[in-house]
Each structure stands twice: as C-alpha cells, then as structure tokens.
Design a protein around this ligand. Structure first.
Ligand code: TYD
Length: 394
C-alpha cells in the first residue's frame, strides 16, 4: 500500500532490503509462508515528511496476535502516568476523552472513570482484551471516520484526543485528522507523542524504521500537515522516550497562540533536519553503522565469545534483517513477553526465550536491542558481568 497524505508518489532515497513484519514473531511451521516487503524510505519535500514508500496492510500487523504490550516497561508505565497528569489541564469534570491505539490501557487507567468519559480505540484484539480486563472501555477497531461516526455522543463534544507511538502507524493521515475533527469540541485538544526524526538522525537509530512506523515526524512536518486541515500546532515538547520523541499539542485554528513552535522550527532549519540532504547523510550513516556492527560481531565470534540478544523488540527486526545477523551470530534473544517466547525472530529466525533462560544461560556478550530502555534493563541485570553492546551508543 502506498502512503496517502498528498496522493503524490515519493522518490525513495534508500532501501533496507526485504523486511518481514516487525512484530511477526513466527513458529517454525510457518517459515515457508513468511511475508516480506521491500522496505524503502523517501522524503516528501512539500510536507518535510520522512516516510516509508510502501507498507503492508494494517490488518497484517494489528490483529489478534499483536505481541506488544505497553505495560511491559516499568519506566513507560511511569511515563504514561506523568503524561496523563500533563494532559489533565486540557479537561474538566465529565470531559469526554479518547485514546487512539490504547493498547493494554496503561495510559487510560490513569483517568478516573467516574469523572471523565474515556474510550480507547485498539485494533489488536488480544491487546484490547487485556485493556477491557483492566476496566478500560475499549473499542476493538481501527480509529477512522467510519468507526468514529458511530460514537454519536462524542461527535463535536470530545475535549481531548490522545495518542502515543501510534499516529506514525496510521497510513491515511487525511482520514485520521478528519476523524479527530469530527470528535473535537471547539476548544478541544489533540495531543500525541511520536519518535522524533531529529533524534533518529542524531543517533542513527535506523531501527525506528519498520513496517508499523510509516512516518518519522518532526515539528516542521506536523505543523505543515495540520495546517492543511485548519488545525494548529501550538506547542511541542521533547521527550526522552523511545530514544527521543516529541509531544505535539494541536488545537483548532482559531485563537490559540503558538508557544514555542517558531523556536523549534528555527532549530530544525539550522540543523537541516528537514532536507533531502540530511536524508542522504543518514543513509550513509546507516551504511557505516551496518559495517561497524557486523565487524563488532565478527570480531567477538572470532575471539570465541558467544552472544545473545536482550529484548525482542520490533526495532530489532530491522537491524537483524538489514545487517543479516542470524543464528550464526546470536544464540537466542530473551524477552519478557510470553506471546514472543518459544517463537522465532521475524526473517532471521533466532529463537526467542524467556528471561529465565538468560539467567541460566548467560552468554559472554549481550546485544541490547531495547537500547531505549537501557537504564531500566541495566539496573535489573546488575548480576550480568559480561559486555553489553548495541548499534546505538549505550
Ligand atoms: P520497546 O523498545 O518498547 O519495543 P519496540 O521496538 O517493539 O517498540 O521494547 C519492548 C520489548 O522489549 C518487549 O518485547 C518487551 C521487551 N523488554 C524486555 O524483555 N525487558 C525489559 O526490561 C523491557 C523494558 C522490555
């Protein structure tokens, strides 16, 4: 499927090669039928938008087997509590609140169900079921105009629409913003956080790019996209999560003053973040990073060291497949998610084990795939005395 924001095809500047579904942890019997797509990225200069050229259908990724649970990180749970406290200044008693991609309800459970009317949209059934069990009113469907129109009591009356790490998953941004438009009250607010393009460029964290992450946003792109729909980006606040994210606060285009946007746009312009030139530089940096990590692993293996991976993240699918790192290099990847354990990593088919396996079979070196959760993980794995490494500086 091609991206649908301007209807214009983009010229890809880079391909990461054939990629499987990033969260498509797979059983042996399904290896022969594994789905792959060519993962190319391009830059839409009109909108300053970094994006995938092509992506699998959302139903292929977000279904009853989606294995990502927000609550798997204690740090993220704490982050979502603080995020909820932040957004509370945009609501009043009895406000209607909607979260797009509410996952297991980690964010919405910070709201009092008695004093606000909350609804989560979550298309992945298994994850939506967990959220419902947690007492969060959850609709197991995609967030789009068709589904939003059924929420008659919320149309034009919703004070807050929130999202995190999900707007970049939605291919049809036109439909998304029109859906938000249908819901928001005249002074309503749309707040969302997403991995930040500037951080990805700086860290060369190209593993932020995978099937689910169709867009990598910046202040410039968000500002331009929302202007097209009579909305205004009024504030943007950098976040530490996911290796560097940005929180965007959007209002209707009426009387809101813009807070720090001009300052951030100037920084992005000065750092040339929104330019094809930076994309080309990023491509070169990805190639350098690939060579470095392959050499690192080669030299560890040559010196007789064994290696395991820590955390079977979606991001790891990009690194492993782009760098062709397989079972010749990494013995297993341990992870806390029971839905992943016992399966194999997408594409490279490295076995996924539980944490007990790591405790009992610690290797000489550990490739930390969840480098964005470094503090939390190193803190709980103090007993491990071997070497931690990653393609991103730890
Ligand atoms: P995250 O970086 O959020 O993943 P993604 O790239 O998929 O967005 O990390 C979540 C994954 O990492 C999930 O599979 C659980 C695993 N994990 C652990 O195994 N142990 C941990 O301590 C943490 C924080 C995550």
């Amino acid at each position: 499927m091609k991206c649908k924001i301007t209807g214009k095809l983009i010229q890809p500047f880079m391909s990461f090669g054939k990629m499987p579904i990033a969260n498509g942890f797979i059983e042996k019997k399904n290896f022969p039928d594994e789905f792959f797509f060519e993962m190319e990225v391009g830059f839409n200069e009109d909108l300053s938008l970094f994006q995938l050229n092509d992506h699998p259908k959302p139903e292929k990724m977000f279904n009853e087997n989606y294995p990502f649970f927000t609550g798997s990180s204690e740090y993220m749970k704490d982050h979502f509590k603080k995020y909820a406290d932040f957004v509370k200044k945009y609501i009043k008693t009895n406000s209607k609140i909607i979260e797009i991609g509410s996952n297991d309800g980690t964010f919405l459970k910070n709201f009092d169900n008695q004093s606000s009317q909350i609804i989560g949209f979550e298309p992945s059934k298994n994850v939506a079921d967990v959220s419902k069990k947690n007492g969060i009113p959850t609709l197991n469907c995609f967030f789009n105009k068709e589904n939003v129109k059924n929420l008659k009591d919320y149309l034009g009356k919703t004070d807050l629409v929130c999202a995190s790490n999900v707007i970049c998953h939605i291919p049809d941004l036109n439909n998304l913003i029109e859906s938000v438009d249908l819901l928001l009250s005249s002074n309503g607010t749309f707040i969302f956080e997403e991995p930040y393009l500037g951080s990805m460029f700086k860290k060369v964290s190209y593993d932020q790019i995978y099937d689910e992450h169709i867009y990598m946003f910046s202040v410039s792109s968000i500002s331009k996209i929302f202007q097209k729909f009579n909305f205004k980006l009024v504030e943007a606040i950098p976040q530490n999560t996911h290796g560097g994210s940005m929180r965007y606060i959007i209002k209707r285009n009426n009387n809101e003053t813009i807070q720090n946007i001009q300052k951030l746009l100037t920084i992005e312009n000065n750092e040339r973040i929104n330019s094809l030139e930076s994309c080309i530089k990023f491509k070169k940096n990805c190639e350098i990073s690939k060579k470095k990590i392959i050499n690192k692993i080669k030299s560890l293996k040559e010196s007789g060291k064994n290696i395991c991976g820590y955390a079977a993240t979606s991001k790891s699918t990009t690194v492993l497949n782009y760098c062709n790192i397989n079972t010749n290099h990494i013995d297993y990847i341990c992870d806390t998610t029971k839905e992943k354990v016992g399966k194999f990593s997408p594409g490279m088919h490295i076995p996924i084990t539980d944490m007990e396996h790591f405790q009992n079979n610690a290797t000489d070196c550990v490739y930390l795939f969840a480098w964005n959760h470094k503090d939390e993980i190193l803190n709980k794995e103090k007993k491990f005395k071997g070497e931690w490494f990653s393609h991103v500086e730890l």
